[in-house]
Design a protein around this ligand. Structure first.
Ligand SMILES: Cc1ncc(COP(=O)(O)O)c(C=O)c1O
Length: 396
């Protein structure tokens, strides 16, 4: 069976980090993977996480399986974080949450559910989007198409084209929306634009899938759910895939959630029952540790405020690097205005660097950026900024 098998292509993003690790240049810079780095270039374990783990270790009495959808208190805390306590969805219990191994698994479960419940539905993704989105939906056997999102010439959200594209989508299809900190562009709609998106989706009976992988990295925990909460109108149906990889720094613990919003508690439970069948077939039940960390932190006032402070620090550092980058590029008198980088939200920026420029940055300067020109801003530090900007100025 394996004899004539060639190698599958390496993952375009994880493959770059492998190449970066092998690079012996002491001045190398990694701006590729979507992992937060601090001012010293490290991806730290948050202090709130370490403290929660100490408590968990002391209190833990069993390693027995979690329920298929995870612990009920995890689901409750996820809904509160997404929608705010006392939200109509929470009060009426028309939402159901499953703890998943990362946001990726939540998206895969949505893909399976759509394939099962509405196999002819098409999945609509923004152009551009996170590179794994099309993989996930295609591997579940679904048809994928894209809608306009980005105005490349002006480095802006092309809201007019975006809304127009949404209006053309047939009823019963699924639209994937980045809840905040759009990956890769860093461009999000504002509150008023979200309200207009919500009206189109409701009128056209399109199911929104909100992918919220960076809550707290844009403007704040509450602020980053403004889009989600605008979409969440009375009686709406929705799928929300959230991730704790970035905002809790729990990347390798694989913690995420799938939250289904239906018109009633009964319908939400029915959808969840199908999701549970799918979970059982994929990974049976979720890993416990990361979910317990999240619940422990969010249930404890002191740990929660420590975590919120650490999240604020990550956000502020990224924004500081955005400003420093814009100023450093301007100081080099390059023939391109990078001020748009300061306006973008979250970890990423679509830099506008061409494939050829990205290649030269890697070959000549050991600066690693994904082919699309997407930059992980958190890979920038005060220490590497001059090297980075000199290199970019030279390839421009
Ligand atoms: C837009 C987007 N969605 C979902 C994810 C999934 O994250 P994870 O599976 O690591 O929780 C990521 C991770 O990079 C992402 O960028």
């Amino acid at each position: 069976m394996f004899e004539s098998l060639g190698m599958a292509p390496p993952d375009p993003i994880f493959g770059l980090t492998e190449a970066f690790l092998k690079d012996t240049n002491p001045e190398k810079v990694n701006l590729s993977t979507g992992v937060y780095s601090d001012a010293s270039g490290k991806t730290p374990v948050l202090a709130a996480v370490k403290k929660a783990e100490e408590r968990i270790l002391k209190k833990e009495t069993t390693k027995s399986y979690k329920p298929i959808q995870g612990a009920p208190e995890f689901g409750e805390i996820v809904q509160e974080l997404l929608l705010g306590s006392g939200h109509e969805v929470i009060v009426s219990q028309r939402g159901a949450t499953a703890h998943t191994p990362g946001g990726t698994a939540a998206i895969r479960l949505v893909a399976d559910s759509v394939k099962q419940l509405s196999p002819s539905s098409t999945i609509w993704l923004s152009h551009p989007t996170w590179a794994n989105h099309p993989n996930i939906f295609r591997s579940a056997g679904l048809r994928v198409r894209s809608y306009s999102y980005f105005d490349k010439a002006n480095n802006q959200l092309d809201f007019h084209k975006f809304l127009h594209a949404l209006r053309e989508i047939p009823a019963g299809d699924v639209v994937v929306l980045h809840g905040c900190c759009h990956n890769p562009t860093g461009l999000d709609p504002d509150r008023e634009q979200w309200a207009r998106i919500a009206s189109v989706l409701t009128d056209r009976k399109i199911l929104p899938l909100v992918d919220l992988a960076y809550q707290g990295f844009g403007e704040g925990l509450e602020e980053d759910t403004v889009g989600l909460r605008e979409l969440c109108r009375p009686g709406c149906e929705m799928m929300i895939c959230s991730s704790f990889s970035k905002n809790f720094g729990l990347y390798n613990e694989r913690v995420g959630a799938l939250t289904v919003l239906a018109r009633s508690q009964k319908e939400a439970q029915a959808v969840l029952s199908h999701v549970k069948v799918s979970i059982r077939a994929h990974y049976s039940n979720p890993p416990a540790h990361g979910g317990t960390i999240v619940t422990t932190i969010l249930h404890n006032t002191k740990l929660r405020s420590l975590w919120e402070g650490e999240l604020r620090q990550m956000r502020n550092r990224i924004n500081g690097m955005r400003t420093l980058f814009v100023e450093s590029m301007a100081a080099r008198g390059v023939p391109r205005d990078f001020s748009f980088v300061r306006e973008q939200k979250g970890m990423f920026s679509l830099s506008g660097l061409s494939k050829d420029q990205v290649q030269r940055l890697r070959d000549k300067y050991s600066i690693y950026i994904v082919e699309s020109g997407r930059i992980n801003v958190s890979g920038m530090t005060e220490a590497n900024m001059a090297t980075l900007c000199d290199a970019i100025a030279s390839v421009l």
